[in-house]
Design a binder for this molecule. Structure first.
Ligand code: MTE
Length: 324
């Protein structure tokens, strides 16, 4: 792993825009590299490049949903698929695109369990057929201060939730993602306690905006974008949108989510995009659009709920500074 920087990431020093744990792990990694430990990584790469075949991208027929078609320039596919946060595949933005070919996306199952009347395990083909596929163009705003506009393919997560019939006790939904050191070279790093776990309150999960993402740009998800199935929660910071999900659990209590456990003062459970609540180490008032806003260009203003005001009623009466 080299610390290569694409022009977009030259905006702020890494120490300012990067979660502290990631920044520190990166420094430890550089130290290990200097000590010659990189040979292990190279061996891993050689062994695994042979072991896993890439699943070719498959075209997905999806009907554009006019309710989610903002008049905004879409991020080029090239940028959306090469500037990624997927720490199981490395800490730098360009790494997942280089290393995630080892992710085996078929066969793949998602087990749905906990407080539901009909627990079930669904394979990826059943998920692709569970509801009509739509194309929805959503903004994704990362907590680090960059954003993209991506045409996702999927359907409202609520379609899946209705099928499993949550019990009256189901107050939260927990998403657990794959953690397999044989497929994921980044699992060895100590940034987070793997697996990557995220969660939503049940009414957030049931909101029509919350998407079960199965593709983007008219085809199945690239591995680095969370193949074969992820969630996309566009009014929340990007880390709430868990990639490569293997388990969905309905719970009475709020789940312990990976970033919240790792740095509770920096990453709240709610993590709604909110320009008025700064991250302890940087402002959240503005953002840079990947593939569009250059180094010297003025940043654009970040909008409350990332420009999705229809979710505001979910938080009536809540202090969003306390529940950040
Ligand atoms: N899901 C898993 N399993 N692992 C991760 O590291 N990163 C999150 C989120 N989902 C992440 C994840 C973060 S920080 C962001 S900003 C988005 O994925 C990025 O999604 P994208 O690469 O498709 O733009």
């Amino acid at each position: 792993m080299l610390i290569k920087r694409s022009p977009q990431s030259l905006v702020l020093p890494a120490s300012e825009i990067t979660p502290q744990a990631v920044y520190e792990e990166r420094r430890r990694f550089i130290a290990r590299m200097a000590a010659g430990a990189v040979a292990g990584g190279a061996l891993w790469e050689m062994a695994n490049r042979e072991a896993f075949a890439d699943v070719p991208a498959q075209k997905l027929a999806a009907k554009p949903n006019p309710a989610y078609a903002p008049l905004e320039k879409q991020t080029p596919f090239k940028d959306a698929s090469s500037y990624n946060n997927y720490y199981e595949f490395g800490l730098d933005k360009d790494e997942p695109a280089q290393t995630a070919h080892t992710l085996r996306t078929r066969p793949w199952t998602v087990s749905i369990e906990g407080e539901v009347k009909k627990p079930m395990t669904l394979d990826i083909d059943s998920l692709l057929k569970l509801a009509p596929l739509e194309e929805r163009i959503y903004r994704l705003r990362c907590v680090e201060g960059w954003s993209m506009v991506i045409p996702w393919v999927g359907y409202s997560l609520s379609a899946l939730i209705k099928k499993v019939e949550p019990t009256g006790n189901a107050k939260f939904v927990e998403f657990t993602t794959l953690a397999d050191s044989k497929q994921m070279p980044g699992i060895g790093n100590r940034v987070l306690n793997w697996p990557y776990v995220e969660g939503l309150r049940i009414d957030e999960a049931m909101h029509p905006l919350t998407l079960l993402g199965l593709g983007m740009y008219g085809q199945t998800l690239p591995n680095q974008n969370g193949a074969p199935v992820r969630v996309v929660v566009p009014w929340k910071y990007g880390f709430k949108s868990a990639k490569s999900i293997v388990k969905i659990r309905f719970l009475k209590e709020q789940p312990r989510t990976a970033w919240n456990v790792s740095a509770p003062s920096e990453y709240g459970f709610y993590s709604n995009v909110n320009p008025e609540v700064d991250h302890p180490r940087w402002s959240q008032a503005s953002e840079r659009r990947i593939g569009e806003d250059g180094f010297f260009q003025k940043k654009r203003k970040t909008l409350m709920f990332n420009g999705y005001p229809e979710v505001a009623s979910l938080y009536t009466g809540m202090d969003l500074k306390k529940n950040f």
